[in-house]
Design a protein around this ligand. Sequence first.
Ligand code: MN
Length: 131
Amino acid sequence: MRTILIVEDNPMNMELARDVLEANGYCVREAASAGEALQALQESLPDLILMDIQLPGLDGLELTRTLKQDADTKDIIVVAMTAHAMKGDRERILEAGCSGYIAKPIDTRALSREVARLLPAGKAAAHPGSL
Ligand code: MN
């Protein structure tokens, strides 16, 4: 089963993203900060990270840059989530190493579409009978 790590400090956004991704057949793990994300990555590597840009402390773009410099984590697909959909932000996000991004407030269809585009077969990869 494909695994997605959601890095998001807002509990409502976390719940929404989790519900959408689980409904699409992905296994979801959660981190509320960059520190929690790094800890989760020590345990196991997800197929994709859904990365909030606005995080307390180390922000999502800084964390993405850090991950892209590490041989162990550089190949993990990162999708940014940002409330700042201003001109220049797209370039900043892609330059940091993200493969895509979605705007906030989260549009559940846009989230499903973007994740499926970058990480196909969430449902197909699920094992019958697994949690
Ligand atoms: Mn945030």
